[in-house]
Ligand binder design. Structure first.
Ligand code: A3D
Length: 315
């Protein structure tokens, strides 16, 4: 039996496949690609393709495709992409009717087979789906997070780097709040290698970049007919890696708030430290009055969709 870490990827679609490819190349552990029975062979085929790729690239990882939850048993990390992505013209919230029952069935699998895992949810609408996953599994808040802030910050960073004509490596930014069109790019925490971004990018350009960041997911859906998958997968792997390698990284993540920033019983993006114990700390950073107001607006949207989820009985 392998003593490597085990990573269960729930959903073997576009993001699931890229997650598997990245985890394998980084040799983070053995990988199980899980999907519904109708797509079991598809998951098996993807797993085999990726195992064959190990021979070319040179990585050690066992990759298995399955639709049997027993194969996920004992996973150290579970990353959930099960559900449908957006089509052009749809909002993330439009997905709730389809994705809520899916998340509930995945939660049952996680609860029974992976109760000790660090769980990262990607399925949309993100903040409401991760709320339901935690509620339905009863897992502690240290071990359930939603991926959105790392991706939204990456989009913000890219647009800033292009505008300022500097290397992407030197841009540090933070996008907080819900994963929706009123997410909160925090300018007071955004620098180009320590230099305030407001010194290098004009205010009206910043406003345009903030607007583009907020609709960054929709821009790709409109172009491709489905949602992004390379950057979302990389963002989730950064979070998984922080846990598996105890990196203690400061990453914006959707976490269960219990009074932090003045919000309770809600999942929303805030800066956290992720290390070997999962969410090791929730940081309450100083925000300007403007940023607090934007966060309040975003929290209101998240609360609205979370309330819909809470009011929907299990079928
Ligand atoms: P897609 O390529 O369709 O893959 C989803 C997979 O989930 C499919 O293979 C389905 O068969 C599978 N699935 C459905 N039901 C179940 C189930 N009960 N158990 C296991 N697997 C199941 O979609 P995708 O990979 O492009 O996107 C997946 C999700 O991520 C969607 O909800 C997207 O909206 C969301 N997404 C979130 C972000 C964030 O930043 C939060 C970014 C991009 C996409």
């Amino acid at each position: 039996m392998s003593t490597r870490k085990k990573i269960a990827l729930i959903g073997a679609g576009n993001i699931g496949g890229e997650l598997a490819a990245l985890c394998a190349r980084k040799e983070l552990g053995d990988i199980v690609l899980f999907d519904i029975p109708a797509k079991a062979d598809f998951a098996k085929g993807k797993a085999l393709d990726l195992e064959q790729n190990s021979s070319v690239i040179g990585y050690d990882a066992k990759i298995t495709g399955t639709s049997d939850w027993k194969d996920c048993a004992g996973a150290d990390v579970v990353i959930i992409t099960a559900g449908i992505p957006r089509k052009p013209g749809q909002s993330r919230d439009d997905l709730v009717a389809t994705n809520l029952p899916i998340i509930r069935s995945v939660a049952a699998g996680v609860k029974e087979h992976c109760p000790d895992a660090f769980v990262i949810v990607i399925s949309n609408p993100l903040d409401a789906m991760v709320y339901e996953l935690k509620r339905a599994t009863g897992l502690p808040r240290e071990r359930v997070v939603g991926m959105a802030g790392v991706l939204d910050s990456a989009r913000f960073q890219l647009f800033l780097a292009r505008e300022a004509n500097v290397s992407i490596k030197d841009v540090r930014a933070m996008v907080l709040g819900g994963h929706g069109d009123d997410m909160v790019p925090v300018l007071s925490a955004t620098t180009i290698n320590g230099v305030a971004v407001t010194e290098l990018v004009a205010r009206e350009k910043l406003d345009a970049i903030i607007a583009r960041t907020r609709t960054g997911g929709g821009e790709i859906v409109k172009l491709m007919g489905t949602s992004a998958y390379y950057a979302p997968a990389s963002a989730a792997v950064a979070m998984a890696e922080a846990f598996l390698l105890d990196q203690k990284r400061l990453l914006p993540s959707a976490v269960y708030l219990d009074g932090e920033y003045g919000y309770k019983d809600l999942f929303m993006g805030v800066p956290v430290i992720i290390g070997g114990r999962g969410v090791e700390k929730i940081l309450e950073i100083k925000l300007t009055d403007d940023e607090k107001a934007m966060l309040a607006k975003s929290a209101k949207s998240v609360q609205g969709i979370t309330d819909v989820v809470k009011a929907t009985p299990a079928t």
